[in-house]
Design a protein around this ligand. Structure first.
Ligand code: UDP
Length: 327
C-alpha cells in the first residue's frame, strides 16, 4: 500500500484526511507533535510523534516509511492569536514548513499537498476571490501561509517539487460516522463555540463585531464540510500522481453566510436557543471571505455535496454531544 505522510494527522482536518486516504487505498502515516492534536484521533495508520522543526526526526520518518507524497496540515491556525503572537506563526508555520519541504525534497518525495487559506487574500471588498486574486493578508496567520506558498513555488521551479495548494475557506462539520471530529482546546471557532453555548458549557457566544459593512453587520464566511474538503485532497494527490503538475485550488462553495445566519441555522438544527452577546471586532478578521472559483469542481471533479449549513451543523452537533479526545 502506498504511504502518505500526513503532518497534523492528529488534528481536526488531518484526522479526517487520514480516514479519506485509508478509504482511497493509501496508508496515512501521521506526523504530529500533539501540541494541538490528539493521539486518540490517529486511527487509520501509524503514528510518528515529531515536530516540524526537528529535521533529524523528519529524515528518520521519511527513511522509515518512504511516503509517495506529503499532505501538510500541521499548523497554527488562529487568526486572533496570530495577531498577538506573530512569532509563533512565523516559526511554526513558515520555518516548520520550510524544514519539512527540504526534508521531503532530500528524501525524493516530490508530491506535496499543502493546506493554505483564503486568509491569504485579505479584506478585498467587492472582489471575486479566485485563484488569481491578489494575496494581501491582513493577519499573521494569512501571511505565514502565503509565505509557504512562495516557498513551494520556489522549490517547484528549482527542485521540481510538484505541489497542490488548497486555499480553504471555513471548514466545519465532522465525520458522519463519528470516528473523528472537531475538538480544539482552547476552542476558537464559531460553530463549536455556538454549540457549547447551546449546551450551557459556556455562558454565551460572543458575536465578534456587529458593525461590519454587511447586510446584518456581522462577518460573512463560506463554510465547507470537512469531509468534502478532505475528498478534494485525495483528488489533489491523484492529480499529482497523474503528473498534472503544480496547481492552486480554492476550496469553498461560493455561498457566504453571516455569523447571525449561522446562528439561525443552528437554532433550527438543534431546536435550541443560542445564548449570545454582541462583542467587539476580533483583530485580523476580514469582512467577507467567499470563494469565487469553480476550478476545483471543473478540474479535479470535486463536488462539495455535504457542504450545506444544515449538514455541517448536524454532523458537528452529533459529535459535540458524544465525541471528545483525552490527552
Ligand atoms: N466568530 C464570532 N464569535 C466567536 C468565534 C468566531 O463571532 O466566538 C466569528 C468570526 O469573527 C468570523 C466567523 O465567526 O467572522 C468565523 O470565525 P472562525 O474563528 O470560526 O473562523 P475564521 O474565519 O477565523 O477562520
Amino acid at each position: 500500500m502506498e504511504k502518505v505522510l500526513v503532518t497534523g494527522g492528529a488534528g481536526y482536518i488531518g484526522s479526517h484526511a487520514c480516514k479519506a486516504l485509508r478509504a482511497a487505498g493509501f496508508e496515512p502515516v501521521t506526523y504530529d507533535n500533539l501540541v494541538t492534536g490528539w493521539e486518540d484521533a490517529v486511527k487509520f495508520g501509524p503514528f510518528e510523534k515529531g515536530d516540524l522543526l526537528d529535521r533529524a526526526r523528519l529524515d528518520e520518518v521519511f527513511a522509515k516509511h518512504k511516503p509517495v507524497a506529503v499532505m501538510h496540515f500541521a499548523a497554527l491556525s488562529q487568526v486572533g492569536e496570530s495577531m498577538s503572537i506573530p512569532a509563533k506563526y512565523w516559526r511554526n508555520n513558515v520555518m516548520g514548513s520550510l524544514t519539512l519541504i527540504e526534508a521531503a525534497v532530500d528524501a525524493g518525495c516530490m508530491n506535496f499537498v499543502f493546506s493554505s487559506t483564503c486568509a491569504t487574500y485579505g479584506d478585498q471588498d467587492n472582489v471575486v476571490l479566485d485563484e488569481n486574486s491578489a494575496q494581501m493578508p491582513i493577519n499573521a496567520y494569512g501571511a505565514s501561509k502565503r509565505a509557504v506558498e512562495d516557498i513551494l513555488n520556489n522549490f517547484g521551479e528549482s527542485n521540481g517539487l510538484n505541489h497542490v495548494i488548497f486555499r480553504y475557506f471555513n471548514v466545519a462539520g465532522g465525520d458522519p460516522d463519528g470516528e473523528v471530529g472537531e475538538f480544539h482546546q482552547p476552542e476558537t471557532h464559531l460553530i463549536p463555540l455556538m454549540l457549547d453555548a447551546i449546551e450551557g458549557k459556556r455562558p454565551a457566544l460572543t458575536i465578534f463585531g456587529t458593525d461590519y459593512d454587511t447586510p446584518d453587520g456581522t462577518c460573512i464566511r463560506d463554510y465547507v464540510h470537512v469531509c468534502d474538503l478532505v475528498d478534494a485532497h485525495v483528488l489533489g494527490l491523484k492529480w499529482l500522481q497523474d503528473g498534472k503538475g503544480s496547481r492552486v485550488f480554492n476550496l469553498g462553495t461560493g455561498k457566504g453566510f453571516s455569523v447571525r445566519e449561522v446562528v439561525d441555522h443552528s437554532r433550527s438544527v438543534t431546536n435550541k436557543e443560542v445564548p449570545m452577546v454582541d462583542g467587539d471586532r476580533r483583530a485580523g478578521d476580514c469582512t467577507k471571505l467567499v470563494s469565487g472559483s469553480e476550478r476545483a469542481e471543473n478540474e479535479l471533479g470535486w463536488t462539495p455535496a455535504r457542504s450545506t449549513l444544515e449538514a455541517m451543523i448536524t454532523d458537528a452537533w452529533r459529535w459535540h454531544q458524544n465525541g471528545h479526545y483525552e490527552k
